[in-house]
Design a protein around this ligand. Structure first.
Ligand code: IMP
Ligand code: MG
Length: 178
């Protein structure tokens, strides 16, 4: 598996530190509130597991599944939302938890979808942001790292459902996906 990787961009230690900082910021901003945190599967699963444990609030944890990539390294432009919103959004302080903001297509569709259910507030927490690839003007209120325009894997991020189990985040050698 490691022979497919180019560079390690964020080590386990760096990620751990940053996730604690994000959690601390959320704890401060939502003091006295009970936010509804919605993780976007599947890429968020490792990040959210760590982030959730740094949140000291009485939060509610939910998931939605969305995908736009299939077995490709570029967005297909169409986003599939695979689970219904079977929980109450209205009046809630919602935080969407995403692994990476790339073109922004997935997040903007999900954001609109959730916003249409009248939450009291709606913010986004993304571990990574790849601004060079943005097609839709959208940003995250809570952001881990701004990353270069490379295809990244690990810490939940996949290429064709592989590499999610790496404990750090690395770029993939272009010959692996081209
Ligand atoms: P967007 O709709 O183009 O912003 O894509 C967002 C989704 O694409 C993320 O939630 C990831 O699942 C996936 N994605 C985007 N960039 C990468 C990457 O560099 N590595 C792995 N998955 C990525
Ligand atoms: Mg993916």
């Amino acid at each position: 598996m490691e022979e497919d990787l180019k560079d390690v961009l964020y080590t386990e230690e760096q990620i751990k530190q940053r996730v604690i900082e994000l959690g601390a910021q959320i704890n401060k901003d939502y003091e006295g509130k009970a936010p509804l945190m919605i993780g976007i599967l599947k890429g968020c699963f490792v990040f959210f597991a760590d982030l959730a444990r740094s949140i000291k609030l009485q939060c509610e944890i939910r998931f939605l599944i969305a995908s736009s990539y299939g077995f490709s390294s570029v967005t297909s432009g169409t986003v599939k939302i695979g689970t219904e919103l079977d929980f109450e959004i209205e009046g809630r302080d919602v935080i969407i938890v995403e692994d990476i903001l790339d073109s922004g297509v997935t997040l903007s569709i999900l954001r609109e979808h959730i916003a249409s259910h009248n939450p009291a507030s709606l913010k986004v927490c993304a571990l990574l942001d790849k601004p060079a690839r943005r097609q839709v003007p959208i940003s995250a209120e809570y952001l881990g790292f701004t990353c270069p325009d490379e295809f990244l894997v690990g810490y939940g991020l996949d290429y064709a459902e592989r590499y999610r189990n790496l404990p750090y985040i690395a770029s993939l050698k272009p010959e692996v996906y081209s």
